[in-house]
Design a protein around this ligand. Structure first.
Ligand code: ATP
Ligand code: MG
Length: 353
């Protein structure tokens, strides 16, 4: 298989971790006889410094002609405390997502047995948890009309969904469920919200196209509770933008470290694969960052963008094996970890390769 991959390292630890996501892709290509070519492009603070804009045209052009994008992170401490800075790193990310038409954010919550102790939940509750979230990205209160009364004492945000938006993400979620454990839970608040009633109606219709997948509808309040009570019951979770925002953050905590979680944003064109963590300037340049989230993002790319399931499994198996052998980066090292097993970014990356 021949593919053109764009690497956008971005800021902070982004460059350190994408180096290893890419190295793993190179190794997979060599092992399986694929031809992956790579380009690199700037985004975020590094792009502002070099060109004055967080998303240079050249980056966008390269993105549009690539088959998949491996992204690190954007951000810089100097923007955090200075809201007057008008040109900001995150603008690059929002713009590229919009330009590429990415409407579904996928976040797998994959728990490695060896790290069950790192979660805030008890190991016996977590065991076997393997959830894939589909969060809708283009609709909901984020993009509906916003109003504030003249006296400033009344405010509203319109929750809006269109049938086509629900249809297209529902199909993606069902396709994924079909090659997993064939269970899909759609989360809404259809007892209260009209937008949720549309959501549920459309999901029920699409469900008929996938009779092999078991569908469940759950209210968001119940889903938030079930997620920490019995996470093992979920396979694919499909939900709207706002509910997905909240649920995926909740779910990231059951998985333990940010350094372990990958995500994908997909639409009809080029997909975007990135760790859920940010630029983490506190540890940048120190060979401390956990590269596994970027490596697992590369695995997601193999599976979702290229349909290379076996190759993706090879990557997650390698991560599992490194953890079983006791290797840890400092963010996932427990009290019992042998200090000589605590590795830096590059050493952990090398183990996986
Ligand atoms: P941004 O502003 O880009 O979101 P941030 O500084 O808020 O970046 P996050 O990535 O959100 O940083 O992470 C918060 C903290 O979690 C970091 O300060 C860091 O200590 C830790 N962390 C995040 N990612 C990793 C990683 N890959 N390996 C180790 N620690 C990490
Ligand atoms: Mg952050």
């Amino acid at each position: 298989m021949t593919k053109n991959i764009l690497v956008i390292p971005g800021d902070g630890i982004g460059a350190e971790v994408t180096t290893w996501g890419k190295a793993v892709l190179e190794q997979i290509a060599a092992d399986f006889g694929h031809e992956f070519s790579y380009e690199e492009a700037l985004m975020g603070h590094v792009a502002i410094e070099a060109t004055g804009t967080p998303l240079p045209d050249e980056t966008l052009e390269k993105a549009k002609r690539s088959d998949a994008i491996l992204f690190g992170a954007v951000g810089h401490a100097k923007y955090d405390n200075d809201p007057t800075l008008k040109v900001r790193p995150e603008q690059g990310l929002l713009k590229i997502r919009k330009e590429l038409g990415l409407y579904a954010n996928l976040r797998p919550i994959l728990l490695f047995d060896e790290l069950l102790g790192a979660s805030s939940l008890k190991p016996e509750i977590l065991k076997g948890t393997d959830i894939l979230f589909f969060r809708e990205l283009t609709g909901d209160v984020y993009f509906g009309e916003k109003n504030r009364s003249e006296d400033r004492n009344t405010a509203s945000d319109l929750m809006i969904y269109h049938r086509y938006e629900v249809e297209r993400i529902a199909r993606k979620a069902y396709e994924a469920a079909r090659v997993r454990r064939k269970k899909l839970c759609s989360v809404d608040k259809a007892n209260v919200l009209e937008a949720s009633r549309l959501w549920r109606e459309v999901v029920q219709e699409i469900a008929k196209e996938y009779p092999d997948v078991e569908t469940e509808h759950m209210f968001i309040d119940n889903a938030a509770m079930q997620l920490v009570k019995n996470p093992g019951k979920f396979d694919v979770v499909l939900t709207a933008n706002l509910f997905g925002d909240i649920l995926t953050d909740e779910a990231s905590q059951i998985a333990g470290s940010m350094g372990m979680l990958a995500s994908a944003s997909v639409g009809d064109g080029t997909g975007f694969f990135e760790p859920i963590h940010g630029s983490a300037h506190d540890i940048a340049g120190q060979n401390k960052a956990n590269p596994l989230a970027s490596i697992l993002s590369a695995a997601l790319m193999l599976e979702i963008a290229f349909g290379l399931k076996e190759e993706a499994k090879q990557v997650t198996d390698a991560v599992d094996k490194a953890l079983k052998l006791g290797f840890r980066t400092s963010d996932i090292a427990g009290n019992g970890t042998d200090p000589s097993d605590i590795l830096g970014t590059n050493e952990m990356g090398n183990k996986i390769v």
